[in-house]
Design a protein around this ligand. Structure first.
Ligand code: BG6
Length: 474
């Protein structure tokens, strides 16, 4: 028994990393537009440095992305040629509500996504829609302080009602927040939160987390009310922590890191805050304000499925000092001496995907969906413009084999798999274009120069065959 017959093979993108058209057809400015390339990016994305307007000293790759705003038909046709069953994309909130707090949406923004979904429908591609992939309209950041403010629930709910109603019959699979746990690590990029000097950052982050979690439960409730066919998922930046040694102290450190990482999903999938987190808040003097009815809402409206990104496993130890570090998905961890790493220092661990799948499935017993996985690499076109990305094929085939083992041998219930950046797009962590994940090459460099021409890499035909054989030919 292999993957289910209706297994959703496909690829994933995010609005801010590919659409461009940042000021087209009434779109408002968003936090993600203001993330420049270069050394300030990290301080800005973590909310330690306020950067709320464009300046001439920085380059802002999200302004143009890969200009999917004007190329989406061509791009979706290429996805269809690969045989995609699903395409994961995100909505730019500020395209639909340019400021975020208007009562009426921007029709041009709504129409843009409607056209995309109809284009997908033409090819029998099921859209998988992330309602927010890190983005918040800047007006909400400036006026309300973004998710630290409970008013955000009203604006997010309005966005959800509008999109669930408008796209009823076109979209069935929804994700409420991309990598919701990223709020704790990159609060400005992931949730529009900036800190003032002297503020209690932990207090603000967990208050914002509560708001997002209630918003996510509300979204789940409304999605089911609008259309009982809707399937709503949460989304986690996953990757199990291993202990550095069998020393029980290291084992405990890894256990604690995992618990911390599953904090959001515990709420979204089980419906209540984990006891240890509540004790931890008390010990640290964190006072998360809740309103009557919040906890009940969380309890009642849990998600239908759990989605996650997986790039690597991670390592924890009781004494981190002195241990060499490996780069990773925003946050670094201790280097695992048994693993190789990508050009960006992200460690490569296909078995870690099987371990992570098992861990999450054992914990929640809900269907899973891998919505990001892939290798960021420099692709160098040959003299005739071809890209022989065997390294990418190698990475993906090993990871698909691992997920196949999780399904076939471990009985994990898996709905689908979307590779990250199925078409080259701007990197979230660095803002670079040269960190490429795609099956489709986009002629654009780090400085924003290039024709934007799309071409197929070697991995394009390889993935087409993987899909055609439902994962048999790797
Ligand atoms: C995830 C995000 O963190 O990882 C994506 O959901 C991101 O937005 C992806 O692009 C890969 O990270 P990077 O930094 O290589 O783009």
């Amino acid at each position: 028994m292999g993957f289910r017959e209706d297994f959703l093979w496909g690829g994933a993108t995010a609005a801010n990393q590919c659409e461009g058209g940042y000021d087209q057809d009434g779109r408002g400015l968003a936090n993600v537009d203001l993330m420049p390339q270069g050394e300030d990016r990290m301080a800005i994305m973590t909310g330690q440095k306020k950067h709320w307007a464009f300046d001439d000293d920085h380059f802002y790759p999200a302004k143009v992305g890969i200009d999917m705003y004007h190329h989406y038909k061509e791009d979706i046709a290429l996805f269809a040629e690969m045989g995609f069953k699903t395409y994961r994309l995100s909505l730019a909130w500020s395209r639909i509500f340019p400021k975020g707090d208007e009562l009426e949406p921007n029709e041009a923004g709504l129409l843009f996504y409607e056209n995309i979904f109809k284009e997908c429908q033409k090819y029998g591609i099921e859209p998988l829609v992330t309602i927010t992939h890190f983005d918040v309209p800047m007006h909400l950041v400036e006026t309300y302080g973004s998710w630290r403010n409970r008013d955000m629930l009203v604006f997010y709910e309005r966005l959800c009602r509008v999109v669930f109603n408008r796209y009823k019959g076109l979209v069935k699979y929804w994700l409420t927040f991309n990598e919701i746990n990223m709020l704790l690590h990159a609060p400005f990029m992931a949730a529009g939160i900036c800190f003032e000097p002297g503020e209690n950052q932990e207090q603000i982050k967990y208050q914002a987390a509560h708001h997002e979690l209630v918003a996510s439960a509300l979204a789940t409730k409304i999605a089911h009310e609008v259309d009982p066919n809707n399937q709503v998922g949460c989304m986690l930046a996953a990757g199990s922590y291993y202990p550095l040694t069998p020393n029980p102290k290291d084992v405990w450190a890894a256990y604690e890191e995992n618990k911390q990482n599953y904090f959001f999903i515990d709420v979204q999938a089980r419906g209540s805050y984990p006891a240890a987190a509540v004790i931890d808040w008390e010990e640290k003097g964190i006072d998360v304000k809740m309103e009557p009815g919040d906890l009940e809402l969380l309890k009642t409206y849990t998600v239908d499925f759990i989605s996650f990104s997986y790039y690597s496993s991670r390592v924890a130890a009781s004494q981190e000092e002195g241990s060499p570090k490996a780069e990773g998905n925003i946050f670094a961890s201790i280097k695992n001496p048994y693993l190789e790493e990508s050009e960006w220092g992200w460690q490569i661990d296909p078995l870690g995907l099987r371990i992570t799948l098992n861990e999450i499935y054992d914990r929640y017993q809900k269907p899973l969906f891998i919505v990001e996985n892939g290798l960021g690499a420099v692709d160098v076109p040959s003299e005739v413009g071809e890209i022989q990305d065997d390294y990418r094929i190698d990475y993906l085939s090993q990871h698909i084999q691992a997920m196949k083992d999780a399904v076939e041998k471990d009985g994990v219930d898996l709905l689908g798999y979307t590779t990250w950046g199925c078409i080259d797009l701007v990197s979230a962590s660095t803002g670079e274009m040269k960190k490429r994940y795609g099956f489709i090459y986009v002629d654009l460099d780090n400085q924003g120069e290039g024709s934007l021409k799309r071409s197929k890499k070697k991995s394009f035909d390889w993935y087409k065959q993987v899909i055609a054989t439902n994962g048999e030919d790797l």
